[in-house]
Design a protein around this ligand. Structure first.
Ligand SMILES: Nc1ncnc2c1ncn2[C@@H]1O[C@H](COP(=O)(O)OP(=O)(O)OP(=O)(O)O)[C@@H](O)[C@H]1O
Ligand SMILES: [Mg+2]
Length: 252
């Protein structure tokens, strides 16, 4: 059984069918790309998977659990984490605290517990610090743990977003244009980071990306969306050579 199973997924905004009859499978620990021209419905598909929008049609199962109708925090708890097309960090918080915020939700303790068992509260805080530093070190951000997030260079801010998403220990990580705005050197580094994340955290990754070098460099399988619906899917090399896909991108 695939980790993520999507069948017949659809949503309409007024008269616009932004996603229509989308079928997808993402296997455990796999690296899958979701590509397509601007406005194809890629981000909307992520919004459906994470409960930002409720689908008008279709099925979403993660590890056999139905996610349709669940709210974003429940879906996060079920094992899907994401990053956004535009950076969303707590820019006035430290790098460390950006990763600790989701950990607080994940390894939560009650207020009473924190008063009554100060010892265990401190122990959990220490555990969180250690866990957050461990995640940061994978991204080579541990030395900047005390800096404000807004003081990091752009490429590192995007890495911090991924680090933060991983704090909730997802089974599936969704990345929406992780290389957007990066220079070629930063993109190259990001590719290595994404591979490393999959191997170290044993997580499946579904990523939206326009940078074809990144897509062909790291994705094993691709889904192509066009006008809300699947245009092609298959092994990366085959899909990128598919004349229908080339045509959709060149807009002939
Ligand atoms: N909340 C909404 N209300 C109305 N229309 C929407 C809404 N969200 C998205 N759309 C429309 O749905 C279509 C798909 O948008 P979406 O953002 O999913 O595209 P995308 O594939 O992510 O594009 P890009 O590559 O430019 O990010 C677009 O026509 C967009 O205008
Ligand atoms: Mg988008």
């Amino acid at each position: 059984m695939a980790l993520l199973e999507v069948k017949g997924l659809g949503i309409s905004f007024g008269g616009l069918r932004a996603v229509d009859d989308l079928n997808m499978e993402v296997d455990r620990d796999s690296l899958v790309g979701l590509i397509g021209p601007n406005g194809a419905g890629k981000t909307t598909a992520f919004n459906l998977l994470t409960g930002v929008y409720e689908p008008t049609d279709g099925i979403i199962n993660l590890d056999g659990v139905n996610l349709v109708g669940k709210k974003p925090p429940e879906i996060c708890e079920a094992g899907i984490a994401r990053t956004f097309q535009n950076i969303r960090l707590f820019s006035q918080m430290s790098v460390l605290d950006n990763v600790k915020v989701p950990l607080h939700h994940h390894l939560s303790y009650s207020l009473a517990e924190s008063f009554l068992h100060l010892g265990s509260y401190r122990k959990k805080e220490k555990e969180m610090d250690e866990r957050a530093m461990e995640i940061l070190s994978v991204f080579d951000l541990d030395k900047q743990a005390d800096q404000l997030a807004s003081n990091l260079p752009y490429g590192k801010q995007r890495k911090l977003e991924i680090a933060r998403a991983l704090a909730t220990e997802p089974k599936l990580l969704l990345l929406d244009e992780p290389a957007a705005g990066m220079n070629p050197h930063e993109t190259e580094e990001l590719m290595n980071t994404i591979r490393l994340v999959r191997d170290r955290f044993k997580v499946a990754i579904l990523l939206i990306e326009h940078d074809m070098k990144l897509v062909s460099g790291i994705c094993e399988y691709l889904y192509v969306l066009n006008f809300g619906t699947e245009l092609a899917s298959g092994k990366t090399g085959d899909v990128l050579n598919d004349p229908r896909v080339i045509k959709a991108y060149l807009g002939e």
